[in-house]
Design a protein around this ligand. Structure first.
Ligand code: GLV
Ligand code: MN
Ligand code: MN
Length: 451
């Protein structure tokens, strides 16, 4: 039994509405094809990390399908793949839609993929039905969105937005010390050229992304469409605790500088949780997702402990204040325990406020199709967050089943829910195409709240 899915009422309404005709069979087929591209013998779920041969294969699958439809396809210098259909009016800026094709380790089949499949389905239907549009339409598969490998999320879209540059690619490393630049080179992408991938704002009229919710708000309310107003920012820290490795039998309890359990790291983890749940920080999310203990022997007191901390918030000031408070608390705990604490900022992305008028176009599209919707923030990071630095952006969420689980093998969105989201996306793209007119500016309704 799935919750929050398109209801029978919604289905009846969808049958009466002007539809592009998104098909559940083609959606399921594409989700399955991408889902098969996972590291062999990597265990449950999909493992297709950024800048690996498997991520490139996913991009090739996208490129081959789009080329077969007759679209012009190219890969940019960041490893993103872009497919374009020309518009009927010369010289208009492009409207884009898409998402990412990489996964976290043991992730699901829908995070990112849903938005790329939505783009592919819209490209297929527009081509087959010869549906014209005034602006060029660009369908985009971003590379390296998950921060799982290099700490920093959305690197492909940050590069096109000019937020990540050549020097960052030498600074950011994965768990094996491989830099982003080195990883790019191993799959044939030339890091020295990344600046060429930067988008020119005048060339872009707008961008829409469909994504799974990755939470359970929509299913709990039985609502099929989320319209995103804010995207959370994320500050990522690495705290390294230096204690004193010593014999677990020979060292009395009061003479230890244990970097882990009975000492500093455990207290910092609990402090992070306490900080994020007090009333002042309601809405802040702090997670210690990785804890490495050295030397990692049952008979040696931990001498070094490394914690990876992710601080997310829709309030930019509070996000950075929470990071500062946690660092201060960690240093106080360390000094009480005879453990030194080094702090490294791994990544920092601000929250994004999405365009109010693009949100209204998505709401109009959902309402026009008779689908209920909820305006909601995104807890996760998205490529749209970075693209909002280039052009007006909107996001459509579709329900995540299994209590909203994501970044895990059980991640699941039903094909009818995806089809409904694709209809909303197609209808909103059509509305942008018809409404936006660069010579006069977008047509606006009196009282619109610009941002
Ligand atoms: C991206 O998937 C994120 O971690 O928010
Ligand atoms: Mn994603
Ligand atoms: Mn993700």
């Amino acid at each position: 039994m799935t919750r929050g899915s398109v209801s029978q009422n919604d289905c009846r309404q969808l049958e009466r509405s002007p539809l592009i005709g998104a098909g559940t069979a083609s959606i399921e087929d594409l989700i399955a094809q991408f889902g098969h591209l996972s590291e062999p013998d990597s265990g449950p779920g999909v493992t297709r990390l950024a800048h690996t041969p498997l991520e490139r294969r996913a991009h090739e699958l996208f490129a081959d399908r789009m080329r077969a439809l007759g679209l012009t396809v190219w890969a940019d210098a960041a490893g993103n793949t872009i497919a374009e259909v020309a518009g009927t009016e010369l010289g208009l800026p492009a409207i884009g839609t898409g998402s990412h094709l990489d996964s976290v380790p043991h992730g699901g089949r829908y995070d990112g993929i849903a938005g790329v499949v939505a783009a592919m389905e819209i490209a297929r239907l527009k081509t087959e039905k010869k549906i014209e549009h005034r602006h060029p339409l660009r369908f985009i598969a971003f590379a390296n969105e998950e921060g799982a490998r290099f700490g920093q999320a959305c690197i492909g879209s940050r590069i096109v937005a000019g937020l990540t540059t050549r020097t960052d690619l030498d600074r950011l490393t994965d768990a094996n010390g491989v830099t982003v630049a080195e990883a790019m080179s191993t799959v044939g992408i030339h890091p020295a050229l990344v600046s060429e991938a930067q988008w020119v704002p005048d060339h872009w009229a707008g961008f829409l992304e469909l994504h799974i919710e990755q939470g359970s708000v929509l299913t709990s309310l039985d609502i099929p469409i989320g319209v995103v107003d804010l995207i959370s920012g994320s500050t990522r820290l690495q705290l390294t605790l230096h204690g004193r490795a010593a014999h677990t039998g020979g060292t009395p309890m009061h003479l230890r500088a244990d970097a882990l359990a009975a000492a500093a790291a455990a207290e910092i983890v609990l402090q992070a949780e306490a900080l994020a749940t007090d009333t002042r920080h309601r809405g802040t999310r702090i997670t210690v997702g990785k804890l490495d203990v050295e030397p990692g022997s049952i008979t040696t007191i931990p001498g070094k402990c490394t914690l990876a901390v992710d601080i997310r918030d829709v309030d930019s000031d509070r996000q950075r204040e929470s990071a500062a408070e946690l660092i201060a608390a960690a240093q106080a705990i360390g000094s009480d325990r005879g453990v030194t604490v080094d702090v490294e900022l791994l990544a920092d992305a601000s929250p994004a406020i999405l365009s109010a008028w693009v949100r209204d176009e998505i709401i109009g599209a959902a309402s026009g199709l008779g689908l209920s919707y909820r305006v909601m923030p995104s807890g996760a990071s998205h490529d749209s967050q970075m693209i909002s630095h280039i052009c007006p952006v909107g996001m459509v969420f579709v329900p995540s089943q299994n209590y909203g689980v994501s970044h895990a093998p059980d991640e699941y969105t039903t094909a009818p829910d995806l089809a409904a989201g694709i209809e909303v996306l197609a209808s909103a793209l059509r509305a942008l195409d018809q409404t936006l007119n660069p010579s006069n500016g977008p047509k606006r309704v009196e009282g619109d709240n610009d941002d």
